[in-house]
Design a protein around this ligand. Structure first.
Ligand SMILES: NC(=O)c1ccc[n+]([C@@H]2O[C@H](COP(=O)([O-])OP(=O)(O)OC[C@H]3O[C@@H](n4cnc5c(N)ncnc54)[C@H](OP(=O)(O)O)[C@@H]3O)[C@@H](O)[C@H]2O)c1
Length: 169
């Protein structure tokens, strides 16, 4: 099972503000959906706060096993599996027979899971936001970047962006 991470960050590494995304980037949400859904045998792993941030109509994320990390052993969520520690999230992915396990945030969960990931799919949003959640500091010298696509802003996307994949060297 492949374990990958997907994140959109501004040029300083900010990913969120007030429990939400600090931009409207429709094409990035479509890319997120397509990549994480894949052939329909994938899982997404997220922190409880990111789960809470999803609109009711979007959760659970369809056609994917939804895994929510929480330390609250009494938490139950319709449509999602609860993992009380990071290794449990990976175990659930294996036990569900998933092809790919996608770590989808937020900041605490990126920090928790980055050492388990072989690929990080980054959307760099070309702006500077006044955020309160940030992608963790990571040693980029251990990773190689492959720039996939440059995108301009549009009526659906607030800012220009760059898609890249970082793979462990
Ligand atoms: N730009 C992006 O790509 C992107 C992606 C995702 C999210 N975001 C943004 O990121 C922000 C949320 O990030 P966040 O860091 O505040 O929260 P988060 O990582 O989504 O969730 C944090 C929660 O995860 C659980 N948790 C953390 N460490 C754990 C561990 N070791 N074992 C078990 N459970 C653990 C805890 O849940 P309990 O409190 O229930 O114990 C904790 O409160 C929002 O603004 C969201 O919009 C941005």
């Amino acid at each position: 099972m492949k374990i990958a991470m997907i994140v959109a960050m501004d040029e300083s590494g900010f990913i969120g503000k007030d429990g939400d995304l600090p931009w409207r980037m429709s094409s990035d949400l479509k890319r997120f959906r397509d990549l994480t859904t894949g052939d329909g045998f994938n899982a997404v792993v997220m922190g409880r706060k990111t789960w809470d941030s999803l609109p009711d109509s979007y959760r659970p994320l369809p056609e994917r096993t939804n895994i929510v990390l929480s330390r609250d052993s009494s938490l139950q969520i319709d449509g999602a599996e609860i993992a009380l520690y990071d290794g449990r999230a990976v175990e659930i992915g294996y036990s569900e027979g998933c092809d790919e396990l996608w770590v989808i945030g937020g900041a605490e969960i990126y920090d928790l899971m980055i050492q388990r990931c072989d690929e990080i799919h980054v959307t760099t949003v070309h702006t500077s936001v006044d955020g309160d959640a940030m992608f963790p500091d990571w040693d980029r010298s251990q990773w190689a970047e492959d720039v996939i696509q440059e995108n301009v802003s549009s009526e659906h996307d607030d800012h220009a962006s760059t898609y890249s994949i970082w793979r462990r060297i």
